[in-house]
Design a protein around this ligand. Sequence first.
Ligand code: PHE
Length: 464
Amino acid sequence: MATQRGGFSSRLGFILAAAGSAVGLGNIWKFPFEVGEGGGAAFVVMYLAFCFILCFPVMVAEIAIGRKTQRNAVGAFTALGHKKWSIIGYLGLTSGVLILSFYNVVAAWAFGYFIEMVMGNFEIGQHFGDFTADFIKVGAYSVIFMVGTAFVVSRGISGGIEKAAKILMPTLFVMILALIVYALTLPNAMEGLKFYLIPEFSEITGTVVYSALGQAFFSLSLGMGALITYGSYVNKNDNIVSSAAQITLVDVGVAVLAGFMIFPFVFSQGIETNGGPGLIFVTLPGVFESLGDVLGVIVGSLFFLLLSFAAFTSTISLLEVPTAYMVDEKKVDRTKATWIVALIIFAVGIPSLLSAGAVEALTKFITLPGPGTLDFLSFVALIASDTFLPLGGFLIAVFTAYIWRKENFNEEISHGDEEIKGTWLQSYVDFAISYICPVLLGAIFIVTVLDNYFGVKILNMLLG
Ligand code: PHE
């Protein structure tokens, strides 16, 4: 079975692919604008706490479930003998389809900006709205992006996904470091760092809490079975807990570094921090322009190329989740499955594509009591990443601790890693998955739903 499905050729290959899934638009596009809207450093503190305290144990659980069963996000639960719980897998498939449907549009913006920078069009930052409204152009870029993604996924695990990640991930890292060095030399860089690093705890509201949680799940690719799926390709002798720790550290590290790059840029340009999804797209072209024609083109195109790379290793993992489901459960040939799923997701994403200025009714799509008026893309993001992912995480924790049971979970994580038994890390994961994750994730999920969709602000009342 395992040989037919394919698998990662090495532990490093798995870590890079999983880190490639985690590191993406979530770190470089979404994290900075969420920090900007969430009041700066206070959001960062919440986000970091959630990543390590709540998400890390869920990541270990996802990888363990995947590796134990060698199945996709739906089949894994059936393979463990709990068919009813495969509802978690279906929820995950839904989240994955929804997330990729809008993610591909933002990836197309990034890719489009790469082309604009190559052509030296620094004015694009002031015309971000016109750019996103041009659905023919953005549509063409998003077709390119989806086709590229499907191409890699159709080639399978070690030949496609792993190979792409091995080249792209290290390149990305080096590029970010270089840009930070430049950012820190700019005027007002220190103001940017203060906003980013010195928390004002009065800024913490209910919205900050749950958007930080949604962001943590989104950024770590958790709560929808992406890591169950990737975990299913992991070798039985690999060490799950330390792999999960490395993936978490890399992902959080890149997000934190992205902030060091973006906030000095934003403050040096005198731009408002609460610019929402347009933040980096509006801010950065001006920064690159200030470098002069030649250097500006080089650095600007490198940056958006980097962003497209980061997005690409994430779209690959998003597409892999429903594809693996079709391959395992519906016995569809991998190539065929990939292209069918990609086509469906592209179609689902069309309203998101049209919701950034092209069609008025989609641009001002819905007004909710919590977040106010949202475009279609932001609405899908709210449902999928801020609502479904934490719900998925909650269910995965409950399933692992109380249905699959901890003995089995602990046995799987000590497979390939005898030394983990009795360490503080293993004791923490054990404790968190049984108590901390179910209680906090369950509570925050309820609060999120009440706040966003019904306008009941419980957390705000508690936080005073
Ligand atoms: N983690 C990815 C990012 O930050 C997005 C993603 C979410 C990928 C869920 C896979 C699953 O960009």
